[in-house]
Design a binder for this molecule. Structure first.
Ligand SMILES: Cc1ncc(COP(=O)(O)O)c(C=O)c1O
Length: 378
């Protein structure tokens, strides 16, 4: 079944009580036991499982081609649950430009856990190979990466990790690519993580996360315990909203990818722009790999202005249609100076602006950027 069809049907059931086509939101925290003390309908207490979360999990597993999914209260709760599943002394390999929140989870939440971590440029397969150690247990990949849009070869990483040790579990953060554009599990990656806050929810109105696996493994089972007993669960309403977003996910992501390509081409030709980071451009260092492992290049891009931090902040300040805000994947186009949100230890260039391209008409987006990039009157 094609992804547009799965996006609308997977995990959905006609409500047996009313015939409702769109599922009701089950707010009940507790579910009736049978006379024999069992739970004949499969639910007992809403932290452990509830109908809206189960529907979303079934749907996301189907979209990624996985066997099971777990939904969490946020994207970072997924990272938290996975890191929590590691033993003190285990080694993690992650990209050098990984989403900064993962560095914070590893460094600040689990700082005393005694984990060893290597941040490496995963676009270099040799550097990645050299980073693996006998105690490596988790390889975290993010492609496209945030905010530099670096592309990592998922098939090569999965094969190298598997060849190095059967104890390594590979996880791809697929937030930027979505299950519409990229299928890490088909490339041999063990699990996919998403911040469903972004494209999957799609309307900038619900925070959530998901972990999808293609095989049973101990980190997935520990993440399940962290979700159910640790309690980092999304509410039924959050699950319902996220699932509603999924209905239109394939169509939104394709339109956003087309818009982003138009914006990238405009920026590339602009004299005020030093570099455009968009994997859809042939000169992007990851273009060939992206063309192979993605079906389109996504709605995210970043660019570096000619000038420094002040010039970049000035461009963002003059935007009228692009909203200056963090996050991504919604209907509105957003622009953000990443370095200032990431703080003093950021590795992000000071002249970089990241954009989440929305569902507006691309001509209007380009017109807005053209006036924002024009030299301001003295
Ligand atoms: C690539 C990526 N992964 C994970 C996260 C964390 O997700 P959340 O904000 O839902 O916790 C983000 C948030 O921006 C992200 O961009």
């Amino acid at each position: 079944m094609k992804i547009e069809t799965r996006a609308v049907h997977a995990g959905r059931h006609i409500d047996p009580a009313t015939g409702a086509v769109t599922a009701p939101i089950h707010l009940s925290t507790t579910f009736e036991r049978g006379a024999d003390g069992e739970y004949p309908r499969g639910f007992s207490y809403s932290r452990e499982d509830n109908p809206n979360r189960r529907a979303l999990e079934e749907c996301l597993a189907a979209l990624e081609g996985g066997t099971q999914a777990l939904c969490f209260a946020s994207g970072l709760a997924v990272s938290n649950a996975l890191v929590q599943g590691l033993e003190p002394g285990d080694h993690v390999v992650a990209p050098d430009d990984v989403y900064w929140g993962l560095r914070k989870v590893i460094g600040e939440v689990f700082g005393k856990w005694g984990l060893e971590t290597t941040y490496v440029d995963m676009t270099s397969i040799d550097d990645f190979h050299a980073a693996l150690r006998p105690n490596t247990r988790l390889v975290w990949v993010e492609t496209p990466s945030n905010p530099l849009m670096k592309i990592t070869d998922l098939t090569a990483i999965a094969a190298l990790a598997r060849g190095a040790s059967a104890n390594i579990i590979t996880v791809c953060d697929g937030t930027f690519a979505t299950p519409v554009l990229q299928h890490p599990l088909d490339c041999g990656i063990d699990m996919v993580a998403h911040s469903t806050t972004k494209y999957i929810g799609g309307h900038s109105d619900v925070v959530g996360g998901a972990l999808i696996t293609r095989n049973d493994n101990y980190l997935f089972e520990r993440a399940r315990k962290s979700q159910r007993y640790g309690g980092s669960v999304p509410s039924p309403f959050d699950c319902w909203l996220t699932l509603r977003g999924v209905d239109t996910l394939p169509w939104r992501v394709r339109a956003q990818s087309e818009n982003a390509m138009r914006v990238a081409q405009f920026l590339k030709a602009h004299a005020g722009v030093e570099t455009v980071h968009y994997p859809g451009l042939p000169e992007h260092p990851g273009h060939k790999i992206a063309a192979r492992q993605m079906s389109a290049f996504g709605g995210m891009l970043s660019f570096q202005v000619r000038g420094g931090r002040e010039t970049a902040l000035g461009v963002a300040a003059r935007c009228k249609l692009f909203i200056r805000a963090t996050s991504l994947g919604g209907a509105h186009s957003l622009i953000e100076h990443r370095a200032s949100i990431e703080g003093p230890n950021t590795r992000t260039p000071q002249n970089l602006l990241r954009m989440s391209i929305g569902l507006e008409h691309p001509d209007d987006l380009i017109e807005d950027l053209a006036q924002a990039l024009a030299t301001p009157p003295a």
